[in-house]
Design a protein. Structure first.
Lengths: 526, 620
């Protein structure tokens, strides 16, 4: 079996195992999940080991005919089971391996309905991997949709008091995104064809192969999305319009302001491991979708709208930062900081510069590691006292010194302190935005406000919760025990990882560089 | 092994030492830290002694596409001077700290942070390009946060630490944009290439200058420095003398070749304004450390002014002399604080006889700060004043002379507040409460650094003729010096100004200058800015909650309502039609069935009707 298929089917197998084991084996479910996640990370590491860094195109490609339909005079449609990995997806696959493993450790605290929980968790792992590995748009969409199901139940069944509201909001928002993506898929289906199969079959073979969709020659003359035809939708060029539709679909996932309000609610209600996965990996599918799908298929529109997208990135950065400053719930504060930090991803992608795009992928990895750490940190406190209000605590440094040290490291890393990964991501996305020929300089300039705001909300929180004389609102001092070994096992490797990535960022840039250099050749100034 | 790399690795080692075996070492951890830094000083002396150029170092940190971003070390005379300075002062300050910190417990955290601080500062000094400098520049910010907030159970200390970091972050954001400007214009940020570059755009230069404004506490980003006094006193000495605030001046020295004339005018104006404003503020302070803090801001203003008027070497000269006497003053203040357990000069007085060593050292350093002849401060201040006047001569606008004039005024004010402070601490009657508390001088580990620093505040070290600033060795050492003709009259004017300051301070009643009002900058940064940022934050949050989220909720609710409407339609209209047709069919069936009721008469009637119908049809 091919390695990439293994990455997808391994957790599926684990999920099946958890589902079909007898109830007497419940105590092993968490071990099974942990084991499968560990092997998954190992498999991702093996992929990295055999990955050729200098090769910009897809590697480990795996292609099997899946659905072929003959539509008579309308031609044929072929949908493939097509997997592959390149410099853009590999860092995210590795990140997924790490975050899912941390999430698995964090899931050990789940005590109710373990069979359902752990099988859903492994199912989620499989569908996330599928998203990053699929090269057929149809297959991608399938995994993308499939992700919703476990996520909905994980929030809706194991979440906090308002979990149903949050789960439904999450589901509807993301479903709206899916519908937007589906619309574009239909338009692509009407326009694009597979040149080789069409030649062989003497008929038009429609395809969802992203490699073909990326090439402007593979669009039928005078079809909706052919670059030379002048179709218009609502007064806009069809390609521009459908790019915006696709962008909005992924913008919900990233999330970009104003499509972001599902995120704080989902985070606040989700149990800690689900928050870890949600912020750590799921948001990245939005950023990955921009690069792999929207920008790949519509390079002309992406260049045309660079300024608009850059502004949206800037607004996310600044707006998210201000909102984080206004929160009184620690988890909500961190959720808004995610909005702000993912804004850097959009800014970097929109800049269409090597610095910006490499920086954006790096920022996704960095934010994945850091947000996982941030949510674990929040969970530590919540597990002890069931209270996440910032005002409810003062002087936590005294009873919980190790916890305070790791929180401080995590906060400083997140606010972009050099030496940690957050700095590198912000540096290069801002630099890309500043150097971009596609957007004016004031966008990146205004975005630097984000790094000041990040320092403000993180340090203010640190000051209010951790320093000063010890005090708690409800007299829960006795509950404030320092970190348990299990919590240290989650936090220490993440802290080490953000430090290593911050000091030696070339681990990521060496992976991304070749692919992105090739990718950027598609874009030119009109 | 590369000497410079070794110099950088030593504080790394010290940092690691403090946090690994620090617990086992206990209070001896301070000695380990002192030894590490002293070893560094030996290495630096080795570098200074070699006459052939020291090996520099360069490696690629990362590569984006084909663009390399390198980690490289840049070594020149300015770097050497700073290396010596930082190591020397750091050794003395750590030595001082061992005794000073005794009652407190967490020595390893303290010395660990100090080592990290030294590392960051050394790396700034040796940085080969601007990106690298920025990397360690932020790290300096972190260390200042950790040290100012060292006593983290004091809310005020943590608040001050946060304020320092945030205000520095504002400056850093500007610096970062400035670095982008440099990179975009020249495709490189290597310091070695700066001498041959064209000028940077004025905007780019001013953005770079923002970094200096933050870190070197220039107006308007100066208000963090007086608050930073919440940290341990030796840490303040380190921040004020050799590490943090010096970084800004060093940055200006490095980027000086890129700055356009317009940018330099702004630099000079900001510098002189800061110098004057801070020395005026210092006059009203009664806290021993706060006075010194404002005095640092004002002296930094003079250094920035020196860069602005085209004499970066003079700025570095003043940085050097200032580092020694300011470290001396802070350590002296530390010695006074640990003897009297008070920082309030209104509670002191008459300490000259009780703390004789501290008194002599403090007065020497204070004299250097005031710019008394024969002491080091006189020489460097004179160089700056001469440079300012030459610049004004060259500028050929009448208002250009206001800059040296204002600088001179700040010199006079400096003499005034220094004298006032010395008089309040050491002379007159003892005002300490309760007066019975015995005041004894601290041990030799506290006195020795003090004595050394006081000795280094004497002018002979810097110039064979301590009455003539142009005979100093520092300025030529740092590069060509074309400041112009010596102007001996400037020295006289400066001495007269200083004397006026000293005499008037000696004569006036200090009680007229004890009411420190909160400065407008403090009000701005402590009240208005948090208030308005908080307002914005809540405003945006309200948008989120009241507009975006509410819209989403309404969409959700209205779709549910729509669903109910459709359900009603479905039930009553669509379903109704269906039921109607069902009913019609049933009715028809019933009607038809009623014909087949099993009675022969009915069948007969139906047959007859059928027959009649057929006949009618045929007839038609």
């Amino acid at each position: 079996m091919n390695l990439l298929s293994l990455l997808i089917f391994l957790p599926l197998f684990g999920a099946a195992l958890v589902l079909f084991l007898p109830a007497s084996q419940t105590k092993y479910f968490k071990w099974i999940t942990l084991g499968f996640c560990a092997v998954e990370l190992l498999a991702a590491a093996v992929v990295y080991h055999y990955f050729d860094l200098s090769n910009p195109s897809f590697q480990f490609v795996e292609q099997t005919d899946w659905i072929t339909l003959s539509l008579g005079s309308l031609g044929a449609v072929s949908i493939d089971y097509l997997l592959g990995i390149d410099g853009i997806s590999l860092p995210l696959v590795l990140l997924t391996g790490v975050v899912m493993l941390v999430g698995a450790v964090s899931s050990w605290q789940i005590t109710s309905r373990q069979r359902a929980y752990f099988s859903l968790y492994l199912l989620l792992t499989a569908s996330i991997m599928g998203c990053f590995l699929a090269l057929d748009f149809f297959l991608f969409f399938l995994f993308f949709e499939f992700m919703l199901l476990p996520m909905y139940f994980l929030i809706g069944l194991w979440g906090g008091p308002r979990r149903e509201y949050a789960a439904i909001k999450f589901f509807l928002y993301t479903l709206l995104g899916s519908v937007l993506i589906l619309v574009v898929m239909i338009a692509l289906y009407l326009s694009a064809f597979d040149p080789y199969s069409s030649l062989n079959a003497q008929t038009i073979v429609h395809t969802f192969d992203l490699r073909y969709l990326a090439d402007g020659h593979n669009y039928l003359p005078n079809s909706l999305l052919n670059g030379l035809s002048a179709h218009q939708i609502m007064g806009l060029d069809a390609r521009l319009f459908l790019f915006l539709v696709l962008f909005a679909g992924f913008a919900i996932k990233l999330p970009v302001v104003p499509f972001h309000t599902w995120l704080p609610d989902a985070h606040v209600e989700a149990p800690t491991p689900v928050s870890v996965v949600l912020a750590g990996v799921l948001l990245k599918i939005g950023g990955y979708g921009f690069i792999r799908i929207a920008y790949n298929i519509f390079p002309d529109a992406a260049a045309e709208y660079a300024t608009l997208l850059g502004i949206l990135g800037m607004v996310s950065i600044v707006y998210g930062g201000f909102n984080a400053l206004a929160q009184s719930d620690l988890k909500k504060m961190i959720a808004y900081s995610s909005v702000s930090h993912m804004g850097f991803v959009l800014l970097g992608v929109a800049s269409l510069t090597p610095e910006g795009l490499n920086g954006a992928v790096y920022q996704m990895v960095s934010h994945g590691v850091l947000s996982a750490m941030l949510f674990v940190v929040t969970g530590v406190l919540y597990d002890r006292t069931q209270n996440r209000q910032i005002e409810a605590y003062r002087g936590l440094a005294k009873p919980m010194p190790a916890y305070t040290t790791l929180t401080a490291i995590c906060f400083f890393a997140s606010l972009g302190l050099p030496g940690f990964s957050g700095f590198v991501g912000e540096l290069f996305t801002l630099m890309g935005g500043f150097q971009s020929e596609f957007m004016p300089k004031w966008i990146a300039t205004a975005s630097t406000l984000g790094i000041v705001l990040a320092a403000a909300y993180f340090l203010w929180t640190l000051q209010r919760m951790f320093f000063g004389p010890l005090w708690t609102q409800k007299g829960v001092e006795s509950l404030l025990a320092d970190l348990t070994p299990r919590e240290k096992i989650m936090l220490l490797p993440l802290a080490a990882l953000t430090l290593v990535l911050g000091l030696f960022p070339h681990f990521i840039f060496d992976i991304t560089s070749a692919t992105i250099t090739e990718f950027l050749k598609k874009f030119s100034l009109n | 092994m590369n000497l410079l790399i070794a110099i950088l690795l030593l504080p790394c080692l010290g940092f690691a030492l403090c946090f690994t075996v620090g617990k086992a070492l206990g209070h001896r951890v301070g000695w380990a830290a002192v030894a590490t830094t002293a070893a560094g000083l030996v290495l630096v002396s080795l570098a200074a002694a070699t006459h052939q150029p020291v090996d520099t170092f360069s490696t690629t940190w990362l590569r984006i596409g084909s663009t390399p971003f390198s980690f490289s070390l840049y070594y020149d005379n300015a770097a050497l001077l700073m290396l010596v300075l930082v190591h020397f002062i750091a050794v003395l300050i750590q030595l001082f700290s061992i005794d000073y910190l005794k009652p407190q417990s967490d020595h390893r955290r303290y010395f660990g942070f100090i080592q990290l601080f030294i590392l960051a500062m050394l790396a700034i000094i040796l940085a080969g390009n601007l990106f690298q400098l920025y990397f360690f520049w932020e790290l300096v910010g972190l260390c200042s946060y950790l040290l100012i907030g060292f006593w983290y159970q004091k809310p005020r200390a943590v608040w001050a630490a946060k304020k320092a970091f945030l205000i520095n972050r504002i400056g850093d954001a500007g610096l970062l944009l400035g670095i982008f400007c440099v990179y975009q214009q020249f495709q490189t940020t290597d310091f070695s290439s700066f001498a041959n570059q064209d000028q940077l755009t004025t905007a780019g230069g001013l953005l770079l200058f923002c970094g200096c404004v933050g870190k070197s506490a220039q107006w308007p980003l100066s208000s963090w420095l007086p608050d930073a006094m919440e940290g341990p006193t030796p840490a303040s000495a380190l921040i004020h003398a050799a590490t943090m605030v010096a970084a800004g001046i060093f940055l200006l020295f490095r980027i000086y070749p890129l700055l356009s004339p317009d940018a330099l005018v702004v630099v000079a104006v900001v510098g002189v304004f800061t110098a004057l404003w801070a020395s005026y503020s210092a006059v009203y302070q009664t806290d021993i450390k706060k006075t010194l803090a404002y005095s640092t801001v004002s002296q930094l203003g003079l250094m920035v002014l020196a860069v602005g008027v085209g004499a970066p070497q003079a700025a570095m000269f003043h940085l050097c002399t200032h580092a020694f006497f300011k470290a001396g003053l802070f350590l002296g203040a530390g010695s006074i604080i640990s003897s009297t357990r008070s920082q309030d000069t209104t509670q002191m007085g008459g300490l000259a006889s009780k703390l004789p060593v501290t008194f002599v050292c403090y007065v020497l350093c204070a004299g250097a700060l005031a710019g008394l002849p024969l002491l080091s401060g006189f020489l460097s201040k004179d160089s700056i004043l001469v440079a300012a006047i030459s610049w004004a001569n060259g500028y050929q606008r009448w208002w250009a002379y206001t800059i040296p004039a204002l600088a001179l005024a700040s010199v006079g004010l400096t003499a005034f507040y220094v004298t006032k402070q010395v008089k309040m601490i050491f002379f007159g009657i003892a005002r300490n409460q309760p007066p019975t508390l015995p005041i004894v001088e601290s041990g030799w580990f506290i006195k020795l650094p003090l004595v050394l620093l006081a000795m280094l505040s004497v002018g002979f070290w810097f110039s064979p003729n301590p009455l003539q600033s142009e005979s100093n060795w520092v300025v030529p050492f740092l590069g060509n010096n074309t400041v112009g003709l010596p102007m001996h009259w400037v020295g006289w004017v400066s001495v007269i100004t200083t004397s006026v300051g000293i005499l008037s301070a000696w004569r006036v009643d200090y009680r007229r200058f004890t009411l420190a009002k909160k400065s407008y900058l403090d009000i701005l940064f402590d009240h208005f800015l948090p208030k308005y940022v908080g307002f914005f934050a809540r405003f945006f949050n309200q948008i989120d909650v009241k507009i975006i989220d509410r819209a989403v909720d309404y969409v959700g609710i209205s779709s549910v309502i729509l669903a109910h409407i459709i359900a009603w339609f479905d039930r009553h209209v669509v379903d109704g039609l269906a039921r109607l047709s069902a009913w019609a069919a049933g009715f028809g069936g019933n009607v038809a069935r009623s014909f087949q009721n099993g009675r022969i008469q009915s069948y007969f009637v139906v047959s007859l009707m059928g027959l009649v119908l057929i006949i009618i049809l045929f007839l038609l």
